[in-house]
Design a protein around this ligand. Structure first.
Ligand SMILES: Cc1cc2nc3c(=O)[nH]c(=O)nc-3n(C[C@H](O)[C@H](O)[C@H](O)COP(=O)(O)OP(=O)(O)OC[C@H]3O[C@@H](n4cnc5c(N)ncnc54)[C@H](O)[C@@H]3O)c2cc1C
Length: 800
């Protein structure tokens, strides 16, 4: 072992070994992995080794598809047998809603390029898995690339393949302390000290402690998990083919063949956390006693699904632990505020996600950006609030116990909520507000009559008409909307303007003006769909999506220069938007200064009644509107005053669902849908805001796109002939049977009375009037490209 390396990877489980392999593969060979015991001494040794292509999150499904394709490659490269059994797999649907969901997902997988799936009748599913009872099964999805592997063999294969490419790894070497230096890290081990530029925390069950060694509190916890392996099952032994990996979602179990018996794993509704502060250091290759009382119900369902296992013995019980982040996705990437400290932990399914995690992290370290959109697993998607132990317990527990439970797009889950509430929260609840959550903050969805409960559904819900009324108020009268759920950063200091001019690709606004500002990565892809406000007093604001606060702050810090101070105002400022043709009349009643001169995209400080406010004349709804930003302590008063002042105009409170419907009618894109790190200015129309005459981050790549052949796909607005459901995102778009794009977001345009979607489609299918089709909840519906902004295309209303 040398005393210096470029990278030290801590942990020799499947994730650490995959990181090591990918670093070496992409050209960094001065890298070492340290394992305190033997390879695969954490969760990895006792995993069930199942590999599934399918995941409800399309980004995670892509990650899994990459990993599955990689497995045979590393087997070949390393010469290490990984016991790969590509049996194919079944996912069963046991309720009509689930069957509908599976059919919808089948189409979404097509959109992301997972084409080796098919939908099956219960009879056909049973033919492929003859030991299964079809009781209650309404249909199934088959995927070719599913099966299982030998877990320790796989970890060994990654490590051996990495070594063949020049990387090193050492077993029986425990990292005990980490010390940050000016140019990297000192890694103190029980075998000596190593200095390095980068440290990767791939410590699995011990990730919490290895985080704390660097002063990092990661939102991760282990939970326990059972599977059993049966003795020989005669029907399995006699079958001429292997049983497929079978997931019974309504039964909470997965099953695969294990020699001549089967392995049945259980996602436990009555879940149990373990060692929330990290596994004990003396914990090794041990298991917990099985806890049958906790899993009785799921076990019974499993034995009913596979009746033949009722007559055979159980050879092995495994009750082990593995780790989860609050949303179940891995925690990957550069940890904010800790230069050279990288996270590769909380990987719930290391054997089907580990390859993708290793690739993503290695690209990130070497090139500064991963190829894929890493947002869903980015360690910076959580803020400090997620370090709270109870928050971690509630959210990880909820994710685990609902792993196989269907979550509807309009469903609100309770874990870790309510946490942060804007001051007027309770008054708004009394007024009927139904709440959603963005990051840690409760955000208003809509205002309903007393006693109203929204029914979870894949289609239009019973809140449809309520939201329609709110949209009408916004378009014809005046609505009041709590906009605490926007992010606000203040930029100040002598070099504030210079810095903003460099990180934003657009022209900067003049004093007293606001401007839409795309922010690009060095690779020319989007990093933000922001609004920059120039208050004219030397301070500037950047406004954007609230849930991106830590992510954007990391970006700002990484691109910081002297003489600039960027402050996240998310704990200090909140506010209300007054929107609609009568908005001016309401705000005018309260403004102590003349507000009639504040033009569209103007911004200025005003006294709104008793509140000192920073006001901007803009609105995401495409209507005339005023965003009134106030200090947290003024929120209640501001709301009261605006409601009183607006009473004569019929002011009504509205929520984000109406905002989403109205923005769709204006073809205004939003982050995580129309705009992501994967898309470019040319694809999304963001190029119209770029100032090509100046220098900005990502200019070279943006110019190359502008002067090249143009993007293959561009953003369009679609009108869909849907009746009781709307597109939501990732549904395929077809032209005469050929897949020509996919939906980025969709919904009902209540005021225009149209089902609308935004989509990325091939350029030759982007002209208004082009007839296409879209799958909506699994059913193909005619659709056509329409000119952008079906409502008020000239933008008269918002400028008015
Ligand atoms: C019962 C069960 C069934 C499962 N089934 C599946 C499945 O079918 N498919 C699937 O994909 N996943 C499955 N999993 C999950 C899978 O096991 C984990 O996702 C995976 O093992 C995580 O790998 P890891 O490398 O992140 O962590 P670990 O395997 O925990 O590895 C971390 C390693 O880091 C080492 N380490 C920690 N601290 C230090 C230190 N300070 N110095 C040096 N070394 C250190 C540890 O000794 C350990 O070897 C299952 C898990 C369980 C419990």
């Amino acid at each position: 072992m040398n005393s210096q390396y470029r990278v030290v990877v801590i942990g020799g489980g499947v994730v650490g070994a995959s990181v090591l392999y990918h670093l070496a593969k992409f050209g960094w060979t001065d890298v070492v992995m340290l394992e305190r015991r033997r390879l695969a001494s954490g969760s990895s040794w006792h995993a069930a080794g199942g590999i599934h292509a399918l995941n409800a999150d399309p980004n995670m499904a892509s990650l899994q598809a990459y990993t599955i394709d990689l497995l045979s490659e590393i087997e070949k490269e390393s010469g290490q047998n990984i016991g790969l059994h590509m049996t194919g797999g079944l996912t069963l649907a046991g309720t009509p809603e689930r069957w509908e969901w599976l059919q919808a997902n089948y189409r979404i997988f097509q959109s992301i390029g997972i084409d080796d799936c098919e939908l099956l009748s219960p009879e056909e599913a049973q033919r492929r898995c003859p030991i299964m009872s079809t009781d209650g099964v309404l249909g199934a999805m088959w995927a070719d690339r599913e099966g299982y592997i030998d877990t320790t063999g796989t970890v060994q294969a990654y490590a051996t393949a990495a070594k063949k490419r020049g990387a090193e790894y050492y077993e029986e070497t425990k990292v005990e302390e980490l010390i940050q230096t000016d140019d990297g890290w000192q890694v103190i081990t029980d075998k000596g000290t190593i200095t390095c530029e980068h440290v990767v925390n791939a410590a699995g069950l011990w990730a919490k402690q290895v985080g704390r060694m660097a002063g990092v509190e990661l939102p991760v916890s282990p939970l326990k998990h059972h599977y059993l392996i049966t003795d020989t099952v005669p029907e399995v032994a006699e079958a001429e083919f292997e049983m497929p990996m079978t997931v019974d979602l309504e039964g909470f179990t997965y099953m695969r063949q294990d020699q001549k018996g089967v392995l049945v794993g259980i996602y436990e509704v009555d879940h149990e956390h373990w060692a929330m502060d990290g596994a004990p250091w003396n914990y090794g290759e041990e298991l917990f006693q099985e806890q049958l009382d906790r899993i009785e119900n799921e076990l019974t369902l499993g034995f009913e699904r596979y009746p033949s296992i009722q007559n055979v013995g159980i050879k092995t019980w495994v009750n082990g632990a593995f780790t989860f982040a609050p949303d179940g996705n891995p925690l990957v990437g550069p940890v904010p505020g800790k230069r050279g400290y990288w996270s590769a932990c909380a990987v719930m399914a290391g054997f089907l996600q580990g390859g993708g995690v290793g690739k993503t992290l290695a690209e990130w370290m070497i090139h500064g950006e991963p190829e894929a959109d890493a947002w869903p697993m980015d360690v910076a998607r959580f803020g400090d609030f997620a370090q709270n132990k109870r928050y971690i317990r509630e959210t990880t527990g909820q994710f685990y116990s609902r792993r196989f439970v269907m979550t509807y797009p309009n469903e609100q889950l309770p874990a870790g909520r309510p946490l942060k509430m804007a001051p007027a929260h309770d008054a708004m609840t009394d007024a009927g507000c139904k709440w959603g959550v963005s990051w840690d903050l409760e955000v208003p969805l809509y205002f309903a009559p007393k006693g109203f409960e929204e029914t979870p559904t894949l289609k239009r819900s019973n809140a449809h008409d309520i939201v329609a009324d709110e949209c009408k108020v916004i378009r014809e009268g005046v609505g009041l909307m709590d906009i605490s759920g926007f992010s606000r950063f203040e930029v100040s200091g002598p070099n504030a303007e210079v810095w903003l001019d460099k990180v934003m690709a657009s022209k900067l606004p003049a004093p007293g003006r606001a401007k839409l500002a795309p922010m690009l990565g060095e690779n020319g892809r989007l990093k933000g769909d922001l609004t920059v406000l120039n208050w004219g007093d030397g301070t500037w604001w950047i406004m954007g999506s609230y849930y991106l606060r830590a992510w954007h702050m990391r970006w700002f810090d990484d691109h910081m220069i002297d003489g600039v101070n960027v402050q996240d105002l998310g704990e200090e400022y909140c506010g209300f938007a007054v929107v609609g043709p009568k908005s001016q009349a309401v705000v005018e009643k309260l403004a102590e200064q003349d507000i009639s001169g504040l033009k569209f995209m103007g911004c200025r400080d005003f006294d709104i009644g008793l509140v000192r406010a920073r006001v901007a004349r803009m609105s995401v709804t495409g209507e005339k509107g005023y965003e009134i930003n106030c200090r947290y302590g003024d929120h209640i008063k501001l709301r009261r005053m605006l409601l009183e002042a607006g009473a004569d105009e019929g002011i009504r409170e509205c929520g984000f669902n109406a905002m989403l419907s109205t923005r769709l009618e204006k073809s205004f894109g939003i982050w995580s849908a129309e705009f992501t790190q994967l898309y470019t200015p040319g694809m999304t129309g963001m190029d119209r805001w770029i100032d090509w005459d100046k220098n900005f981050v990502g200019k070279e790549a943006a110019v190359a796109e502008r002067d090249g052949n143009g993007p293959a796909q561009i953003q369009v607005t679609l009108e869909v002939d849907a009746d009781d459901a709307d597109a939501s995102g990732y549904e395929p778009v077809w032209a005469g049977g050929e897949r020509v794009g996919f939906v980025t977001s969709g919904g009902y345009g209540h005021y225009t009375g149209k089902s609308l979607a935004m989509a990325l489609v091939n350029r030759d299918k982007a002209a208004p009037g082009t007839e296409l089709s879209v799958h909506v909840v699994g059913v193909e519906m005619p659709a056509r490209v329409v000119a952008p902004s079906p409502y008020d295309p000239q933008g008269k209303a918002m400028r008015g």
